[in-house]
Design a binder for this molecule. Structure first.
Ligand SMILES: Cc1cc2nc3c(=O)[nH]c(=O)nc-3n(C[C@H](O)[C@H](O)[C@H](O)COP(=O)(O)OP(=O)(O)OC[C@H]3O[C@@H](n4cnc5c(N)ncnc54)[C@H](O)[C@@H]3O)c2cc1C
Length: 434
């Protein structure tokens, strides 16, 4: 048995109470908190880092994908519209061909999110980490956070877990899954980074030739692709999503150290490749590696329904669908060079519905899960993890919390009303073509 020690302080001061606590301020958490607050709930948003926006911001990803699938609109909604409108106003976003994605400047996105949330009345706690939850029978009653103010408890009748790792569900004792069924391995992680000093008048628009060159030259970074996103409104900056840390264990101390160390080594190799081989990149340099490591996969809840690979590939619809996914099966194979394994279902024929049941963890009645840890198999998750889908599910969770007001039980939420409300705020619930 592991050695344990008892601390003298066993009680934690209660620092506040509100209607709804949202844990994690990635795009799904921001969408949930914003939607609930502008509809009148008193909302507390808790974030571990000192920035809002999660992977696209602290992870320097710079892109939001999964919004369109050919002629289908897969993701829409007031949060997305408002965020993009404000970003465009400050030169911080650009649509990509056909609007299936937006390039975004991480710095401007952070500020836009801050403004939107504060105007909606959300109370934001930064550098504050959820570390525990207290459960009374089937309800979470308090959560505990750690920050510069020490340990604090926060009370609410309803919670949304947007931590990306299902931390709240896990701390509350809900069953979770981890990795692929065969061996529990998770998708490879990528330490993304910002490349600066690019001469945009000479830089290629497409990376096709760069990829061909990369594949010809020996390299230690285990990927076959070059993936960069020019950041809008900047002076020659790009986000690079190429490093790959195989066989990673992102929830362990050793695993996190490996992602940082190997990620930084690979970033230098990649920057050197660009400098030597690409027009306009002769003076480029690694300006910043991401504060938030690019962890694609950790825990997923085992919810009331588990989305499957067949649901995704066949574009299945559900009576209780509350959002849509349009991204294909996109697995960065845990132990193989990225790009080496064919992905036959990377492009879907049609979108699929995401059932409300995928957001319901087992054993707890006042908790919803948004963002990447919704209930899905390893394969289905590789699609539903895309930013567009995470935003749509986050926004619906905020709405669901509003509908739950009073009874504060997820099972009492009328799904038909939820679907109708979602559509009234431009959310895409059922299949919709342009
Ligand atoms: C390397 C990489 C490349 C990707 N490429 C793309 C792409 O090209 N296009 C695309 O659309 N999507 C892409 N994705 C997927 C997408 O970015 C993520 O799946 C998505 O950001 C998940 O959103 P989220 O809100 O659930 O989680 P996150 O964005 O991870 O946000 C979770 C937030 O919760 C906070 N948090 C975590 N634990 C705690 C805690 N205990 N207490 C308090 N706060 C906590 C975190 O700090 C973070 O801010 C990529 C992901 C990765 C990692």
């Amino acid at each position: 048995m592991r050695k344990s020690v008892k601390f003298p302080r066993e009680t934690v001061p209660v620092s506040g109470a509100c209607d709804l606590i949202v844990c994690g301020a990635g795009l799904s958490g921001c969408a949930a908190a914003w939607n609930a607050a502008r509809r009148g709930l008193d909302v507390l948003l808790i974030e571990h880092y000192h920035k809002l926006g999660g992977v696209p911001v602290s992870g320097i990803l710079g892109i939001i994908s999964g919004l369109r699938l050919d002629s289908e609109i897969t993701v829409d909604g007031l949060f997305l519209r408002e965020m993009i409108r404000r970003l465009e106003a400050v030169g911080g976003s650009q649509p990509r061909d056909g609007g299936w994605a937006y390039r975004v400047d991480p710095e401007k996105l952070d500020l836009v999110l801050f403004r939107m949330l504060q105007e909606a009345g959300v109370r934001i706690l930064l550098q504050t980490t959820l570390i525990s939850a207290r459960r009374e029978r089937r309800d979470i009653s308090y959560i505990v956070t750690a920050s510069k103010q020490g340990l604090e408890a926060w009370e609410a009748p309803f919670f949304i877990d947007d931590t990306g790792d299902a931390d709240l569900a896990y701390f509350a004792g809900c069953p979770v899954r981890y990795g692929r069924d065969t061996d529990g391995k998770v998708q490879s992680s990528s330490l993304t980074f910002k490349l600066a000093g690019i001469d945009m008048t000479k830089a290629p628009r497409k990376m096709t030739e760069a990829t061909a060159l990369w594949q010809k030259q020996p390299h230690m970074t285990p990927t076959n692709h070059t993936v960069i996103t020019y950041l809008p409104g900047t002076n020659g900056e790009a986000a690079v999503n190429m490093t790959h840390i195989l066989n990673c264990a992102p929830l362990t101390h050793e695993g996190q150290a490996r992602i940082r160390k190997e990620g930084m080594e690979q970033a230098l190799e990649i920057a050197e490749f660009f400098r030597k081989n690409l027009p306009g990149f002769q003076n480029c340099y690694v300006a910043q590696t991401a504060m938030q490591p690019g962890i694609r996969e950790t825990r997923r809840i085992a919810g009331a329904y588990t989305l499957t690979e067949e649901d995704v590939i066949e574009g299945r619809d559900f009576d209780d669908e509350i959002a849509r996914g349009g991204w294909g099966i996109d697995i960065h194979v845990p132990d193989r060079i990225h790009g080496e394994t064919p992905m036959p279902h990377f492009c879907l024929q049609k979108s699929y519905g995401i059932p409300f049941r995928c957001l319901l963890p087992q054993g707890v009645d006042n908790l919803l899960i948004a963002g990447r840890p919704i209930s899905a198999t390893h394969d289905a998750f590789s699609s539903s993890r895309i930013n567009g889908t995470c935003i749509a599910v986050g926004e619906i969770c905020g709405l669901a919390a509003v509908l739950a007001k009073g009874k504060w039980k997820t099972r009492e939420i009328d799904v038909k009303s939820l679907q109708a409300e979602a559509m009234s705020q431009q959310g895409i619930v059922h299949r919709k073509t342009i």
